[in-house]
Design a protein around this ligand. Structure first.
Ligand code: ADP
Ligand code: MG
Length: 673
């Protein structure tokens, strides 16, 4: 029954079901594993002396004198008195009348849940929920869920409570040895206690147990793939390198490589000569120069007579890598580009030449990862932003024992990187090329600053520079985003900068159209590009020196930093303006970190401290597993999970003795899709 679809067991509206699906909840099990964000005290007060002013609480008494009056604006407001057991009474006021009181008359015992305050001397409860019986919402502690309209905590509480009968269908997945040693509660008890605990202590214990499961899943997955890889005792593309030759390759660039770039390259070259294929992650902030490191590694591979593949998550990035590669690789090596929009004939031709080994470097998107792409001797696969590719797709490349080089621009603290990328060796490019100027960043929160900002932008355009104008929405539909972009486009092109050439880009446009716009912008046919966040990180528009980000207060620092990374990719001075919609000072305080720092790693740390991992890495885009309860910064918890994972896997690498864990490890792979 746990796998029953919710529409078969829940009585609810279509809108509720749709929203559930949107947040990834389809089955009974999914809903029971949707955990509350926190608990809220709903202890019942029956006497005036027990009430704590200024707090939300549950009052129990007799509801009297319910009446509907008109507010000054003519809206109906509900009023009543609540008589407590000590004979005193509390005033009740509703600005929106609850449906339970539609035809209410007389006097009745009720539970009211709401904030209690003093209003001109009278104790008053405002806008309380009304419950006629003791239920999941009143008395003791109650769970508060992450809400997304129309799904409210109240809705979750009721529905989850209704499904709690299925709790007994959960199988224990942790081995009894772990349960005993760690003194964890059983799975069924934990599922009940995470939603409806008898005490705060029980809730904490449920959290600890279920959170451990999440960390264990990560550690098992990472360790399992690491141990499996260690079993491979062959390296078909093994070769050493000649330092003098590498130095000559360096001369292909008009600039000096940074120390960090050289060090990463060295680590890669050393991997080539080991007894098993390389599996390495290069982590470096946007603009740190990862691509060049990959090119240099690929050059060594092709000099040995093997092929290299470079994969990018989007067409535009693939094309950018391709044009860079054409300039970089010596003309005697054949370089090609294969993407979804490559004509069928050309595709066939490329595939034939890959099979024969004529093509030495292939650059492209997912389009390369089809079963009929057969290489003669693929020695190296470079995967840019690996989390944007599925596990299956990545395996397709690993099958032939090629060296794998992953790259990511997601700046996460080292301790966390060691866990998440724990099955790979890690290289970090922690510095930017010399001469790169910091992006000057300013918060724009008032009209006067806005005007100055517009003058400045006008001046930049006159100097031949280009402007990215990003107006992203958080968690809205593509349709809404498109509408928003169109409105902004009209405003900017007609009112703010009618004298300049303005264009727009959004997610609803066809890939072809998007590419055309990007190309036209790159060729400087436009001065200002108004867009959603669809413009890719890593796209090079050399003359773009200004980035305007609207609604910046709604975004995390890491995200803003990634947006900002689209400018400042050369030695021109660049500028970023953070438009703040509502002028909340707390938000401005947070954004100040953007003014002060251009370091993605630092900003991700600040973000984590201010908002917590869930908020910061909540997006699929980052490639960071989205944990419900555990914290990836919980070093002790991670260590504990790691040592158990190691113990279990050493005994049974395939986890065949623990089908529950095996399934959990497999299902967790969706994190990385
Ligand atoms: P990433 O992929 O890490 O975001 P790229 O490899 O695209 O960064 O490099 C960003 C830009 O910096 C490119 O235009 C590249 O040519 C340039 N670049 C890379 N390394 C250096 C260097 N050592 N010195 C100067 N410019 C560099
Ligand atoms: Mg890049």
């Amino acid at each position: 029954m746990l796998h029953y679809p919710l529409e078969k067991v829940l009585r609810t509206t279509k809108a509720h079901l749709l929203k559930l699906q949107k947040i990834g909840i389809f089955t009974v099990q999914d809903l029971l594993e949707f955990f509350p964000r926190k608990l809220e005290s709903a202890n019942t007060r029956t006497k005036l002396a027990e009430i704590q002013l200024g707090e939300k609480q549950t009052l129990y008494g007799i509801l009297n004198y319910f009446r509907v009056e008109k507010s000054r604006r003519g809206k109906p407001i509900g009023k009543a008195d609540l008589e407590l057991s000590d004979g005193t009474s509390v005033a009740v006021i509703w600005f929106r009348i609850p449906y339970q009181l539609k035809n209410f008359q007389g006097a009745k015992k009720v539970f009211l849940v709401g904030k209690v305050d003093r209003n001109y001397g009278t104790v008053q409860i405002s806008n309380p929920e009304v419950h006629f019986n003791q239920n999941v919402h009143v008395g003791g502690i109650r769970p508060v869920y992450p809400e997304s309209p129309p799904l409210t905590s109240k809705w979750f509480r009721e529905k989850i409570n209704g499904l709690m009968v299925f709790q007994k269908e959960f199988d224990e997945i942790l081995p009894s040895e772990i349960l005993k040693t760690e003194d964890f509660m059983g799975k069924r008890t934990a599922i009940k206690a995470i939603h409806f605990p008898e005490s705060l202590d029980m809730w904490e214990r449920a959290k600890a147990r279920l959170g451990f499961e999440e960390l264990l899943a990560i550690q098992l997955r990472v360790m399992q793939s690491k141990l499996m890889r260690e079993k491979i005792q062959q390296n078909p593309y093994k070769f050493g390198f000649d330092p003098e030759d590498i130095k000559k390759d360096f001369e292909l660039f008009p600039f000096e490589l940074t120390l960090a770039q050289k060090k990463s390259l060295l680590e890669i070259l050393q991997d080539f000569d080991k007894d098993r294929p390389m599996n390495r992650m290069v982590q470096g902030d946007v603009g740190s120069g990862k691509t060049i490191v990959a090119f240099l590694a690929a050059l060594q591979v092709i000099k040995q007579g093997y092929q290299s593949a470079i994969l990018a998550p989007t067409e535009i990035l693939a094309k950018q890598h391709f044009s860079g590669a054409l300039k970089f690789f010596p003309a005697d090596y054949s370089v090609e580009c294969l993407t979804g929009s490559t004509p069928a004939k050309k595709k066939e031709n490329i595939k034939a030449r890959l099979r024969s080994g004529e093509i030495k470097v292939i650059i492209g998107t997912h389009a390369i990862l089809t079963e009929d792409t057969i290489f003669k001797n693929l020695g190296l696969a470079v995967i840019d932003e690996q989390h944007r590719f599925g596990v299956k797709q990545r395996n397709l490349l690993g099958e032939n024992l090629a060296h794998v080089l992953n790259m990511t621009a997601t700046p996460i603290p080292r301790s966390m990187a060691l866990t998440i990328y724990g099955d790979q060796d890690l290289s970090i490019i922690g510095e930017k090329p010399a001469g790169r100027k910091d992006i000057i960043t300013r918060i724009v929160a008032d009209n006067k600053t806005m005007e100055t900002c517009n003058y400045f932008i006008d001046d930049q355009v006159k100097k031949g520079r280009q402007i990215f104008w990003v107006c992203p929405l958080v968690e809205e539909s593509e349709k809404m985003e498109a509408k928003n972009v169109m409105e902004e486009f009209v405003r900017i092109s007609e009112q703010v900068f009618p004298q300049h050439r303005v264009t727009y880009l959004h997610g609803k446009m066809k890939p072809r159209e998007k590419d055309d716009i990007m190309r036209a912008f790159k060729e400087h046919q436009f001065d200002i590009l108004v867009s959603t966040s669809v413009i890719e990180v890593g796209v090079d528009i050399p003359k773009a020196t200004v980035m305007v980000i609207e609604n910046s207060e709604r975004f995390g620092l890491s995200q803003l930093h990634q947006f900002r990374g689209r400018i400042g990719r050369n030695d021109m001075q660049s500028y970023c303006f953070l438009m703040v919609g509502d002028k909340e000072d707390k938000q401005k305080e947070r954004l100040k970190a953007m003014e002060k720092s251009n370091d993605g790693f630092y900003l991700s740390e600040v973000d984590l401290q201010l908002r917590g991992a869930g908020e910061v890495y909540g997006t699929r885009q980052s490639g960071i597993p989205n944990l419900k309860l555990a914290d990836l910064h919980d070093v002790d918890g991670l260590k504990k999970a790691r040592s158990w994972a190691e113990k279990l896997l050493r005994e049974d690498l395939g986890l065949s003795k623990y089908p529950g864990l095996q399934a959990m490890v497999r299902s967790g792979e969706v994190f990385y899709q």
